[in-house]
Design a protein around this ligand. Structure first.
Ligand SMILES: Nc1nc2[nH]cnc2c(=O)[nH]1
Ligand SMILES: [Zn+2]
Length: 463
């Protein structure tokens, strides 16, 4: 199976909402969006509910028409720029740990168990269907060190139709536990190349799944391993992902392990890994010198507020990064983060920014609009797909979710099949979106498409 074909043209009729800029949402009450056989947006009409007229205008016949019949809107699919698929069974399990003991207590033992491919299959099937149900149309996944299980994750994403970056995790240093580590830098490289070859084989154009080079983080990798992965990054042009400056003990450890490096960010730069195709997760404790370097290299940041709070890592200075012009997206960081939902992370990003604002002043607060931008257009920049996903523009792929709110008709009670957002009918469109963000969940995401293919639906979806 390689290039993914959709068959028929589709027309999506109804309101849509998307980010126009960091600060501004577009709310279109009468939308008609035409999606071609390849799953690409062919036209966007903003001021007519007349489907026949729109079809005629574009010379389209024999199309599938999908209408939003209830109260709701289409929204771009979410982009999770940092998630550990292998850690999903631990979502919500973190106790009072902080990063380094959390890794040893909860994370490495779970990841080590992915030598069992049957277990990996069950978990990966579940995490992909679960994230799709929350509207995640693109995910940058960390798998484990196991090539067979990593390749299986790629197969599963392709089969479910979730756009994904698949990272075989590299960790060969002395701090990696004996029961879960690469034998050497050479072995980490060979295993990474094996996964790349598999993903190239199942999806040669990377229409849906792509490899991503994944040194776990500097302390888990030898300098040789980092340098060789940097060379592979240069040679193949494939993106890379890692963690940076999440926790103060980790930063201290990096200073001890890499005494010649000017900073944590310089460790990656020295290895040729700090490029415009590198996704840096967390970036909580970067100093000014490092922020300037990240900007100079145009490296990307995945902001993971739920995880940063759960593991008491700190509060990332997102406003500063945005003011610097650094591209920022959101990451669930399951299972440092407890939820596989990017909508939850949108809320968490707003919440954490308010805690930062209590010290630093109102200017650092993120608005709802800004957090939704980070979840879509910002994420698209972070994964290098800004031209393809994150919004509803002609030429982009139709990666979208249908969001429904409940129309309250009977004040006495509520139906079992309804989602958690009650819409009374007098709310403005801005209020509707805010109610979805702060009260909504996966029950409101009734259908999800990737590249025009319907990849998830609930019983409330009727086209
Ligand atoms: N949050 C988080 N940080 C890390 N740093 C190195 N590995 C990990 C991981 O699995 N999760
Ligand atoms: Zn992580």
């Amino acid at each position: 199976m390689s290039e993914f074909k959709n068959g028929t043209k589709k027309v999506f009729v109804g309101p849509f909402v998307q980010s126009k800029t960091l600060k501004e949402l577009e709310i279109c009450k009468d939308g008609i969006i035409g999606v071609d056989e390849e799953g690409r947006i062919a036209f966007v009409e903003r001021s007519t509910a007349d489907v026949e007229a729109a079809l005629k205008l574009h010379g389209w016949e024999k199309v599938e028409v999908i209408r939003l019949k209830e109260n709701g809107f289409y929204f771009p699919g979410f982009i999770d720029t940092h998630i550990h698929a292998s850690q999903y069974p631990n979502a919500g399990i973190f106790g009072k740990s902080t990063l380094l003991d959390w890794l040893n207590t909860y994370t490495f033992p779970l990841e080590a168990s992915f030598s069992d491919v049957a277990r990996a299959r069950a978990i990966y099937n579940r995490v992909v269907s679960r994230t799709l149900s929350h509207g995640t149309t693109t995910a940058a996944y960390y798998a484990t060190i196991h090539v067979a299980a990593t390749n299986l994750l790629a197969d599963i994403c392709l089969a479910h139709g979730q756009r994904a970056f698949i990272g075989r995790v590299c960790m060969d240093s002395a701090i990696a536990p004996d029961f879960y580590k690469d034998e050497s830098a050479a072995q980490a490289l060979a295993a990474t190349r094996e996964s790349i070859a598999h993903i190239r084989n199942i999806d040669p154009t990377h229409a849906i799944v792509s490899p991503i080079i994944t040194p776990r983080f500097a302390p888990a990798c030898s300098p040789d391993c980092l340098a060789q992965l940097g060379e592979l990054h240069r040679e193949t042009g494939y993106p890379a992902q890692t963690h940076i400056s999440e926790n103060m003990n980790e930063v201290k450890l990096v200073g001890e392990l890499f005494p010649d490096a000017r900073s944590y960010a310089h460790v990656y730069d020295d290895a040729g890994l700090l490029t415009d195709k590198m996704i840096l997760a967390h970036a909580v404790h970067l100093n000014d010198d490092e922020v300037a370097l990240v900007k100079a290299r145009d490296a990307k940041i995945s902001h993971c507020p739920a995880s940063n709070t759960a593991l008491t890592s700190g509060t990332a200075k997102v406003r500063k990064y945005l003011d610097y012009g650094i591209d920022v997206g959101l990451g669930t960081d399951v299972s440092g983060g407890f939820s596989p939902s990017v909508l939850e992370v949108v809320k968490q990003a707003v919440w954490v920014s308010r805690h930062v604002a209590m010290e630093a002043g109102d200017a650092v607060k993120l608005s709802t609009e800004e957090a939704l931008y980070l979840a879509t257009r910002g994420g698209a920049k972070v994964v290098g797909l800004a031209e393809r996903i994150g919004g509803f523009e002609v030429g982009m792929d139709w990666d979208a979710q249908m969001v429904l709110l409940n129309e309250v008709q009977d004040m006495e009670g509520h139906g079992e099949d309804e989602g958690p957002v009650d819409h009374f009918g007098w709310e403005s469109w801005e209020d509707k979106v805010a109610k979805w963000v702060y009260n909504g969940d996966d029950r409101n995401t009734v259908a999800v498409w990737v590249k025009g293919r319907l990849v998830h639906k609930t019983s409330r979806y009727q086209s």
